[in-house]
Design a protein around this ligand. Structure first.
Ligand code: PEP
Ligand code: MG
Length: 763
């Protein structure tokens, strides 16, 4: 059998083709035959429908072995003989990565593991999709073809939809015997220690809750469609009521989370969705399986869309389907769920609005699969002081809802089902943390002056109204960076002038006279808004973002400036512009501000009594000419997150190059020193607001190169004040001057030793 190159595997009928295939799979499962025969029937159905030369199912056995359970196309004798370790061969890699893999030349792939007993010699193309259920990989579905061909995106989507149903069937115990299912379960219950990246420091203990809790096992087919239709109707009504309730009655929801929920409400009442769910129920499925099926069809349809807005909506639809599943099973959703007294939330990825939905008293920590230190969810987690670890995908795989978990946000460690001694030692570490917090609170009014009498200004970073209470709690002297784009990014549409003004006014009120530096929206780069067309840039971080977008499309910045001017009537307005590269850009952006000031005057509106204009130094071009820029503004702030990424040409969001992005590099520190010195000659104040100051050694090094004003995450204000009060700037600067020319990639170990020897409090 050879593949028709252009024919999609589901027969080219889009969602319709998948529906037919899924129906044939369900018919196969309904047959009164042995588990093995049922599997063989399934591989046969899939192979014929997707026109593959080979279709195989590997299932997970105890000790993480993947065993070939059924095949169409490989040699029969390989069944139950061919086994691959977790991570071994292409099949093992798919299981380990929990994500599909496709190659047109499997034998040339470095991970390829040849198994002669399968007779797979002539096969070139490989498409493997994990069977994932409740976040766990139960096996791998493999499609292979003789011809070296590229699988089309719609083919991959179709096979993914098949894998979703297959995982459902596997989890329902219809493919493995009871003993086999239990053995895999037992394997998932050992204590595990995993290493990831610590993103928000601190220790958290609690029980695991999944962002989208796994729906309980359910039957695939129903005997009585009318009864199922009634259950579906009830579930939908419950879902709609709960979304309405969350919008209208939950006072703890912020304006932006509310907007996200408004979008859910639109979908929850969508007629087309309901009709398709009912049709699936009347074809013989249980209400739960109908939800899964329509979800898979939506995925197949929407993920093909070129429209980024529609693709973004996929996430909403998935979330809504999961909510509906939980209503059908009587379980609860995100904000309304009963959390454990101490809860650790697990998720592959999540947005800041979703995080805000959870009960903050019970939520103690976060384990996320795929987010970076500077992502917005990380920024919100830091504001909430929620210890967070990321980058350990296995953690999601190996954890069950309700498992005891410990996360160490400093070491980047996660312990699942830890033994009692491990638990005890972390409890002790946590107590120490709380003691330190009390000490920081008691020291919040102490002057931030170094041992040799140098004044250091300590401000904090913010982006949401809920950050502001930390101003008082930490004793920070103001907000040195208020990231206004968070409001733009977490809503479903562009916030109106009134909404922007309300947020700025609230922030100023909460700051109670302390300065708040509003950074105008830095949208673009990694910060994409679903309702905006960002185009297809190869390097978005260096693309159309920050003031570039503001100057080219004033329609967005002008309303924001209007909102800022109005919110700060009769006060001092501190406004800061991001991503400047050239001094000339400062004139362009100031001209836009002047237009808004004129407009306010013409309309007889009140104005701030003073306006302080600043810009961020976050590109090497701006840092190199900072003295020219300094002469055009009232203040500067170094955005070290971006500046380091461009200095090292290392993506700040990429885990792979994280070690190449090290602000403790001597070259980077000398570069900063040069900028600081040039600016100090102009008399324009300069601060540092990059998040690298979350690391005390780096913060001390910045003092040593001459930085005297800092804006740092609220959680680090207390420890930083202690550091400031125990450091001797003269000595630290002399050390730095002597050592920063050292050829080592990083000064971290030697400077850390210096700080220890000098008795600086930083650990
Ligand atoms: C920075 O780049 O250091 C900065 C503070 O801005 P952001 O992290 O929001 O890009
Ligand atoms: Mg930046």
């Amino acid at each position: 059998m050879s593949i028709e190159k252009t024919r999609p595997p589901h027969g080219g009928h889009g969602g319709q083709g998948i529906t037919v295939l899924l129906k044939r799979m369900r018919d196969a499962v309904a047959q009164e035959v042995s588990a093995q025969d049922r599997l063989d029937l399934l591989t046969k159905v899939i192979a014929s429908h997707v026109v593959a030369d080979v279709c195989s199912i590997y299932l997970r056995r105890p000790d993480d072995v993947l065993e070939l359970y059924s095949t169409q196309g490989l040699k029969r004798e390989a069944v139950h003989n061919t086994q691959l370790q977790w991570g071994e061969g292409l099949v093992g890699l798919v299981a380990k990565r929990h994500s599909p893999m496709v190659t047109s030349e499997a034998p040339k792939h470095p991970a390829f593991a040849y198994r002669p007993e399968t007779g797979e010699d002539p096969l070139h193309s490989f498409l493997g999709v994990p069977l994932i259920r409740s976040g766990k990989t139960l096996g791998v579905l493999v499609i292979q073809n003789r011809a070296a061909r590229e699988y089309l995106p719609e083919e991959i989507e179709a096979v993914q939809a098949v894998a979703t149903l297959l995982a459902e069937i596997a989890a329902s115990g219809e493919l493995l015997s009871v003993e086999e299912t239990e053995a895999v379960g037992a394997m998932l219950h050992r204590p595990e220690k995993l290493k990831g990246f610590g993103i928000v420091s601190g220790v958290a203990l609690g029980r695991a809750v999944f962002l989208q809790p796994p729906a309980p096992k359910h039957k695939v087919f129903a005997k009585n469609p009318a009864e199922e239709a009634e259950r579906l109707e009830d579930g939908l009504n419950d879902l709609r009521r709960s979304v309405d309730h969350m919008i209208t009655n939950n006072a703890s929801l912020s304006g932006v989370s509310r907007e996200v929920l408004e979008t859910y409400r639109l979908f929850a009442y969508d007629r087309g969705w309901k009709d398709r769910l009912r049709a699936a129920v009347f074809s013989g499925l249980t209400a739960e399986s109908a939800v899964d099926q329509v979800k898979a069809e939506n995925r197949a349809r929407l993920s093909q869309s070129r429209d980024p807005y529609l693709r973004e909506r996929l996430h909403d639809l998935d979330d809504l389907s999961n909510r509906l599943l939980r209503h059908l099973s009587g379980e609860k959703n995100g904000g309304e769920r009963d959390l454990f007294e101490e809860t650790i939330l697990f998720a592959r990825t999540m947005g800041p609005a979703e995080l805000l939905e959870y009960d903050r008293k019970r939520l103690k920590g976060l384990v996320l699969g795929e987010v970076s230190a500077t992502s917005h969810v990380a920024i919100v987690a830091r504001a909430l002081k929620l210890p967070m670890v990321t980058g350990a995908l296995d953690a999601l795989e190996l954890t069950e809802e309700g498992d005891q978990a410990v996360i160490d946000g400093d070491a980047g460690e996660i312990h699942i089902r830890p033994q009692s001694d491990v638990l005890e030692s972390y409890r002790a570490k946590q107590t120490r943390y709380h003691e330190l917090e009390a000490i920081y609170a008691s020291e919040k009014t102490l002057p931030s002056v170094t041992k040799d009498g140098v004044n250091i200004t300590i401000q904090m970073n913010a982006g949401l109204a809920l950050d502001l209470p930390f101003l008082d709690g930490t004793g920070a002297s103001g907000v040195g960076l208020f990231r206004t784009e968070l409001q733009f990014l977490i809503g479903s549409q562009l916030p109106s002038v009134a909404m922007q003004e309300a947020l700025y006014r609230e922030a100023l009120d909460l700051a109670n006279g302390k300065p708040v530096i509003f950074r105008t929206a830095d949208i673009g780069g990694d910060k994409t808004a679903p309702y905006m067309d960002h185009g297809n840039e190869v390097n978005p971080a260096m693309g159309w973002r920050g003031v570039r977008m503001a100057v080219d499309r004033p329609g967005m910045i002008r309303p924001q400036l209007r909102a800022l001017l109005s919110a700060a009537t009769d006060q001092t307005l501190w406004v800061m512009f991001p991503f400047i590269t050239l001094a000339a850009e400062v004139d362009e952006i100031k001209a836009l501000l002047d237009l808004e000031i004129d407009r306010a005057r013409r309309h007889g509106k009140g104005l701030p009594k003073d306006i302080k204009i600043g810009v961020m130094i976050e590109t090497p071009a701006a840092a190199w000419r900072a003295e020219l820029i300094a002469q055009k503004v009232d203040f500067l702030s170094v955005g070290g997150n971006d500046l380091a990424q461009f200095y090292f040409a290392a993506d700040r969001d990429s885990e792979r190059v994280q070690r190449r992005y090290d602000p403790m590099n001597g070259g980077f520190l000398s570069f900063l020193k040069n900028t600081v010195e040039k600016v100090s000659q102009t008399g324009t104040p300069l601060s540092y607001c990059g998040e690298q100051t979350a690391d005390a050694v780096t913060a001390a090094a910045l003092i040593a190169v001459g930085v005297r004003q800092f804006s740092l995450p609220a959680a680090f204000v207390g420890p930083f004040r202690r550091l400031v009060r125990s450091i001797d700037v003269g000595e630290a600067s002399a050390w730095m001057a002597e050592h920063s020319i050292a050829p080592e990639a990083t000064l971290r170990p030697s400077f850390k030793q210096y700080l220890r020897d000098a008795g600086v409090v930083f650990e």
